[in-house]
Write a protein that binds this ligand. Sequence first.
Ligand code: F6R
Length: 609
Amino acid sequence: MCGIVGYIGPREPEGVLLEGLKRLEYRGYDSAGVAIFNKGKVEIVRAVGKLTQLEKALKGKRFSGPIGIGHTRWATHGKSTLENAHPHTAGKVKIVHNGIIENYIELKDDLISKGHKFLSETDTEVIVHLIDEELKRGDNRGEAIRRAMLRLKGAYALGVIFDDDEKHLYAIRNGAPLIVGVGEHEHFIASDIPAILNYTNKVIPLRDEEIAICTQEECSIMDFKNGNVPRTPQKIEWDAEMVEKGGYPHYMLKEIHEQPRVIMETIDKYIDKDRMVPSFDDLKIPVSTLKDIERIEIVACGTSYYAGLVAEYYFEEFARIPTEVQLASEYRYRHPVANKRTLIIAVSQSGETADTLGAVRMGRELGATVLALSNVRESTIPRESSAAIYTEAGLEIGVASTKAFTTQISTLFILALHIALIKKTMTKEAVSEAIHELTALPWLVEQSLKRETLIKQLAEKFYNYRAFFYIGRQLLYPVALEGALKLKEISYISAEGYAAGEMKHGPIALVDQELPVVCLVTPGPIYDKVMSNVEEIQARDGIILGIGEAGDSRLKKISREFIPMPKAPYHLTPLVYTIPMQLLAYFIAVKKGTDIDQPKNLAKSVTVE
Ligand code: F6R
């Protein structure tokens, strides 16, 4: 996740680029930079940290224009240093990049053998050298870019300019978002529409494998096969409410799409990216207390409870602490056993849920340490707990919780690693590796969101069914529960989530040719076992809606419909597989015409018991 912008036209490029970057800063803020034409060549200015640092670095500078590109970075390959900040350069080529180049190591080795010198640790730098290398085969810039793109594997959106050419701005999209904005005698490129909406409402959303070559007056688009693609700009007609909803028809869909960003912001807050370790410096629980913890109880309701069920695996596997997840409404009326060696984690998006609050008060009375995980700072649960940590999901308006869930799981993942380090149940290297994997999560979630069209088509076929089942095992079991909850609450279809291995103990009696069963399967230690459960359902004529890793031909073969998921580290699969659950419920509800953001009988904050 990074943000890119570009401009060619009569305005001062630095103003346009900074304005655009401000609106894209949600995509990352480890460093920022611009490359702007100035008196016959391109000048690069970069700064580590938030955009304000770049603004300081640019203060007093004047550029002759008329062309420039800009970038705000969220570090994946290489730390947040000046060398790793974009734009990157090789020879005459300057580029900004959003995405991940999967084959960068082999390309880098090849380019080094041809005499290229690398200055950063980024995957991006191979792209700029690759274009520079291709230029040696002829001076046609568009053609050199096209040839270079054919060698890249991965997802990317790029802005490119050349040292000796103030007349052409190049934009390339393959797997990461990028639009071209069309103005009067000017063109813009950006990762997202709001970045340019102040200047124009005419946009061309680039498609995968497309290269746009823009001058001040026109913009031609070709595909990677070198064919010209005729495209007419679309007019963005957003009214005040749509601007508020970011152009989406419902808050729920907007919030689903915000997940890559809010997960990134949440992760950023709780990790030290330079050392790749958890960072809970402000946590008001002494390390000595955490060291002595013998038991964890997670108390929560609804979707937050399911986040707790995922986290239970993390705390037990990473920190080796016996962990139980309790429905807060049940917990408070039992006779729970807790003492000063118990850590109670109260998970609540709103921070106001009456039952969770009741459990917090009871836990404190019993002498336990109570840690709140909430999304709302001024709320009661954090205030009444021993300490609090917060997700960075931002205001969640849709009653069906989406982004709160994935940010809760992300935070609890880091917390489990933090306690594992304190308890010495994992080595620092193993923790760093897990954190490193986590930094790719926003990108993986972004990839998962790309299944939207496929899921919409699925919803259109199945919205009239009377009941659904959702099954998964281990880490995907809570995701099955959450998928079923999402469907029932906004589409009012009866839906049940089940542990796949439990189906044969009763619920399989319900399976027939009228029952769609959403089967969540991921490669891992019990893949064969889950597949046996899925095959048992198929043998009884159940309709298999398979959600599994893209190359899983075994699951695909027995699925009536198959949604391919990006390959993800096992521990992060709950976050990646939740996205299709949310989208499926959403599009089924759209077809049913329900009030998605405010479903009947529900409220966002349940402050009654
Ligand atoms: C479901 C949903 C609810 C909440 C539950 C707890 O989409 O939103 O199940 O998760 O009411 O709310 P919080 O997290 O605010 O305590």
